[in-house]
Design a protein around this ligand. Structure first.
Ligand code: 6PG
Length: 244
């Protein structure tokens, strides 16, 4: 696991974007299967992708998927796909036939199966799972990632690529990429900013087995040696081993 700390949230988003470009350069001309998370952190990515980097990103090669989705209509501000559509998809020349939203209005278990099958059909396989070229994960202050929340260990062990989930506080239905396909991705980036997550990243880099039992993000990161952490100064503020 490698940690890349940056001064500001925008510097962090810029570094994630540069990392995406580096990954794209590895296989020029090839389709690039990218999975995005939701929440507020990606908004800075969207600004860069529809702005300063709009001409640099080879949109014709990008095939876009979601790590997770809230079970709401795309018009909702809660929708990860909807926010991405409004934030950059409608503003860049990505072919619409290369954008694959999770349908937040379908029955969760049915849609999780449909989306899992879609990925198995469209992506190369690795150890029986669809292999993304890159997965960009967020982390919640409670240590969740994707929509795998503390205590939902069945999503960490699931043999399915996507599965239904429920937000423990709001009860909102979700559809989540499970842990095993994350392990198989060619590149796994944790992209997080803010002091609210500092304890999670501190736990991620210490050896305490309790923290992986408590925090799905820690559990997954510990099993993903290739994981790269793109964090701002606030998110690394509790990490003893880093001096910025
Ligand atoms: C979601 C996400 C989730 C998110 C974290 C961080 O649908 O909410 O995919 O895993 O990445 O909750 O969210 P913030 O970026 O808002 O802190």
């Amino acid at each position: 696991m490698k940690v890349y700390p940056f001064q500001t949230p925008n510097d962090t988003a810029e570094a994630v974007t540069e990392r995406l470009l580096t990954a794209l350069d590895l296989h020029p001309g090839k389709a690039f299967h990218l999975a995005l998370s939701g929440g507020s952190t990606p908004a800075l990515l969207f600004n860069l992708w529809s702005g300063a980097y709009r001409e640099e990103i080879p949109w014709q090669r990008i095939h876009l998927y979601w790590v997770d989705e809230r079970c709401v209509p795309a018009e909702s501000p809660e929708s990860n796909y909807g926010e991405a559509k409004r934030g950059f998809i409608d503003l860049v020349p990505i072919p619409s036939e290369q954008v694959f939203p999770i349908n937040g209005e379908e029955e969760p278990a049915t849609e999780a199966r449909r989306y899992s099958d879609l990925l198995l059909e469209r992506l190369p396989h690795h150890n029986g799972y669809p292999r993304f070229d890159m997965v960009i994960l967020g982390v919640g202050p409670d240590g969740h990632t994707s929509s795998i929340f503390p205590g939902q260990s069945k999503l960490l062990q699931s043999p399915n690529t996507y599965a239904p989930s429920v937000h423990p506080a709001s009860g909102q239905n979700r559809i989540a990429l499970t842990a095993r396909p994350i392990y198989e991705a060619a590149a796994v980036l944790f992209h997080a900013t803010g002091a609210a997550k500092a304890d999670i990243f501190d736990a991620m880099l210490n050896d305490d087995p309790e923290s992986e039992r408590l925090f799905p993000a820690v559990y997954i990161a510990r099993r993903t040696p290739k994981a790269e952490l793109y964090l701002d100064q606030a998110a690394v503020s509790h990490m003893k081993m880093l001096s910025l």
